[in-house]
Ligand binder design. Structure first.
Ligand code: HEM
Ligand code: HEM
Length: 203
């Protein structure tokens, strides 16, 4: 079975960020945002703390993507400025569309352009969520609590909250489907052993 080996740094950053995002969307269901007439509740305090932590974890993930030697090429995660990569992405979208029209599950491709580009968008999405939320957290301390820009950033934060749900279910759901139909091994991304699973298996 051939899956791309994700290094320990990638697997740790991914696992920690995924856990933080799950806590964030979970807490958003129960939290009471503080207003003039009502205080924050525990779920909101958790959303603040884990959200700020999520920003640190997202930055670690970015650092891993930029600095790592093995793993998915940064250009596959962010193909938007390369004509060659965009052409490969278009071809992959067409291949997916053809399979779906025949009511077939597109096969798992370790080198697939579409899945990598969606992963890159997911990382950008949660980075925006964590950054905008942390700006909202820090703004009152630096005298920008009433800023109009901040209000817009937080409106977008709320709108994109729905996209985070969709990404989480779509991404994790497809990973599970590909795991059970063959091709992808969940344990490869979710194992925190020093060596990637694929390397161990081939030894
Ligand atoms: C990865 C990090 C984060 C994720 C995934 C996330 C996700 C969400 C989601 C799903 C909602 C609900 C939107 C809705 O249904 O209306 C929300 C709302 C909110 N988040 Fe976050 N959040 C993150 C970080 C933060 C941080 C660090 C703060 C800082 C305080 C924060 C503050 C808020 C506030 C104030 C709201 C409610 C806004 C309103 O209803 O007016 N978030 N967030
Ligand atoms: C919202 C939280 C999550 C974010 C932001 C996220 C982000 C990412 C990113 C950026 C990658 C690509 C890593 C790389 O190639 O270097 C990736 C891969 C992966 N993710 Fe997530 N992920 C999240 C949650 C999950 C969850 C809950 C699962 C559990 C099923 C999961 C399973 C996987 C797997 C199996 C891969 C490897 C795919 C492959 O090798 O083709 N992710 N994820």
């Amino acid at each position: 079975m051939k899956t791309p080996p994700h290094g320990l740094g990638t697997r740790l950053a991914h696992g920690a960020l995924a856990a933080a995002v799950i806590l964030q969307v979970g807490s958003s269901l129960f939290m009471q945002v503080p207003r003039a007439d009502r205080p924050a509740n525990l779920a909101f305090e958790m959303h603040e703390t884990v959200g700020a932590l999520a920003l640190a974890l997202a930055l670690v993930f970015w650092a891993v993507v930029i600095l790592r030697i093995a793993g998915t090429d940064a250009g596959r995660l962010f193909p938007w400025v390369s004509g060659v990569r965009l052409a490969a992405l278009r071809a992959d979208i067409v291949a997916h569309w053809r399979a779906l029209r025949r009511l077939r599950l597109p096969p798992y491709e370790p080198e697939g352009s579409l899945s990598a580009a969606v992963h890159g968008l997911g990382l950008l999405l949660v980075s925006y969520m964590a950054l905008s939320g942390t700006m909202y957290l820090v703004a009152p301390q630096v005298g920008y609590a009433e800023s109009g820009v901040l209000a817009v950033l937080m409106d977008v934060h709320c709108l994109l909250g729905n996209v985070v749900w969709a990404y989480l279910f779509g991404h994790a759901g497809l990973a599970l489907v590909h795991h059970f139909t063959g091709g992808l091994r969940l344990g490869e991304m979710w194992s925190f052993r020093r060596k990637p699973l694929t390397v161990e298996l081939s030894e």
